[in-house]
Design a binder for this molecule. Sequence first.
Ligand code: FMN
Length: 326
Amino acid sequence: MAFKTRITEMLGIEHPIVQGGMQSVGYAELASAVSNAGGLGIITALTQPTPEALREEIEKCRSMTDKPFGVNMTVFPTINAPDYKAYAQAIIDGGIKIVETAGTPAVREIWEMLKPHGVKILHKCTAVRHALSAERAGCDIISIDGFECAGHPGEDDIPGLILIPAAADKVKIPMLASGGFGDGRGLVAALSLGAEGINMGTRFCATVEAPIHDNVKQAYVDNDERGSFLIFRSLKNTARVGKSEVSEEVVRRLAVPDATFADVAELVNGKAGRELLETGDLTKGVFWAGMVQGLIHDIPTCQQLIDRIVAEADAIVDQRLAGFRA
Ligand code: FMN
């Protein structure tokens, strides 16, 4: 049986499972595979070098699936910012109706561009107060990202078991639970905690269609739940990455008093990360990874993964939970 929630209805998808935006991973190959399997695939806008390239990637994805898919726009607090508005225009021109946003409040200028074109906004937040503020500002769905997540968990360190129901107590619009999800148990837990679907990043990196080197996929399988590391804590821009010699070196360098980003830039820059994903050489840079690595034991296709999650969730609800009723 399928799970029907406000999110499956709003997004027009079969299963309440979304693939989060992923820099250097979120290409048409992965997004279309997730959408074809009944979830929502997402292309990551800034993985494309130019807005024109994003237009082409959207067209490519459309040629690979006739199901809904979205685009992620992450607005970073950087000095050399890309032309976000030109990327947003490419999204509008490409006829995209679902956009996942993340990053600084400046992202709301992008919402204002997109919303008149009927685009639904999924906004990623790591705190209840941010989710409420995004709801007030008019986004459609909150993706609430717990401390377990790959990428930027924020600075509050609240795991999903608390963050999701705490947000559900206050947020009225539908929510995706994100961070640490990878199987049917997680899906049922998310629904129990008040979310109406799950968002996954790391788990989708360990799939056949993820366009990254097999060595990196294998690292996600080999690492257990302790296989991730927080970097940039002292810079108040905490990021969760895979545990490796390089990420440990980043932590070491930033532990020195007065250390700045410049002290680690060569290890963590985007080019180094891209090379790592392409070559599979884990000494080239850092790779994003969440605690959910402890639940990843294979590299299935997206179809196999999503089918398995839904079947497992079904069995938990119908058999395991039903069996506990007195
Ligand atoms: N989130 C963003 O908002 N923008 C990004 O560019 C981005 N890049 C990511 C790259 C990778 C390889 C991974 C694993 C995650 C990335 N994320 C990014 C975070 C995911 O969208 C998602 O929120 C997170 O992975 C959820 O936690 P999980 O990994 O435990 O499933």
